[in-house]
Design a protein around this ligand. Sequence first.
Ligand code: SAH
Length: 469
Amino acid sequence: MLLTLTSRQAPATDLGHLLSKHPDRCQTFELAYGRAHVFYPEASPERCTAALLLDLDPVGLVRGRRPGPDAGTLAQYVNDRPYIGSSFLSVAIAQVFRTALKGSSKSRPELAQATLPLEATVSAVPSRSGEGFLRGLFEPLGYQVDATRVALDERFDEWGPSPYFELTVRGDKRVSELLSHLYVLLPVLDGQKHYWVGQDEVDKMLAHGAGWLEQHPLRELILRRGLKHKRRLFQAAMERLLADDDAEPEETEDARAEEEAAIERPLRLDDARRGAVQEILHEVGATRVIDLGCGEGRLMAALLKEARYTLVAGMDVSARALEIAAERLHLDDMSERKRARVQLFQGALTYRDERLKGFDAACLIEVIEHLDPPRLEALERVVFGHAAPPAVVVTTPNVEHNVLFEGMPAGRLRHRDHRFEWTRAEFQAWASQVAARHHYEVRFGGIGADHPEHGPPTQVAVFTRGGEA
Ligand code: SAH
């Protein structure tokens, strides 16, 4: 299975930056069901092509699966899966071109948002109803479509024409747009998905379909097929698509992380923060932890590596962030035993939620500053009043430290989406009141290089209840 992406925008080799894959190197990525290789068959200033070669392992595909209708037959091993563009390719795109799919690029952020003359070719896609269906899917998105039927070996003439096409789409698109279109539409062509399709699939399709799926003339068919004809999921998806609600924040979690990282980079603060939180969780003796506002699931991934944690849960309001977390954790292809230790769900911290109960520690890592101050009261009731775990760890930026960040204009917050950043005194005043109101004890600390005057970049409060730690 081969997918090629070509840019003709000089200098075309910038495609390497957009995909975060260097044109001079061949790279291999281990996937759950095989490998993906990325290389550049051509890389000149005028034209640059990146190839994603998917090398699926037909035996690996079968291993660990529940026996299906072809169990024990050759069809289980010999089928079209390794050779066609399908949900495997979508998953590979999401894994290998993760940042490009999201529209970000560390080294060429402006270019990631620019429209470029792009072209994508998939070596074989199935289209049982012929070329017209391929056009019907891609032309409304503004692509010029070339579809060439893949010939079967002439010795098998009596089998009739093959249902497979080599598909090329061309158009002036952002790289993320092109990848999103392929991500959503390839499994639709194939009509199969190799993983269990549940509620999160609705989130994925709507997230990647944002801005185009709702206007697509075949949107019903796309959703129905993408959701494997599951009626309830389809109805839920259509409702959300048509509700046209913009509850989903425009900016992706990743863009946020990148901007914040750019400011905090010299400190590798993110890693230090995670390490510090892990230490605190150790100290309080937690084994069942929930990460509230888990974002892309980095802390969860670190905790899951430690056997002491019997349950690691994550909640976030952003479906997009949860999707990335699910990918990072390999939730789709985790062993059952490991899967039983993980919970990942969408929710808002400002609404009571029974799912937040029963943990012995909750984390709010760089989350409170994303809420409007009046909403903090609701968060306080939900976390400290209702869920009320024995320990709560809260981190937030220390605004006093901002003067030490190079290249940060005075008075600016570390990120656009921060509603506030507090001094140490402000944070401690808030946390002490929360502790008093809900019968917790609280102690404070810092994470990152502690400046004698301006303090550490991150401040942390550890709430514990009734001598429980
Ligand atoms: N804890 C993660 C992410 C921090 S960014 C980390 O340290 O990397 C803040 C996160 O809080 C975002 O993922 C955002 O979607 C989430 N968030 C913001 N407001 C929320 C709310 N009201 N309920 C749940 N999550 C929220």
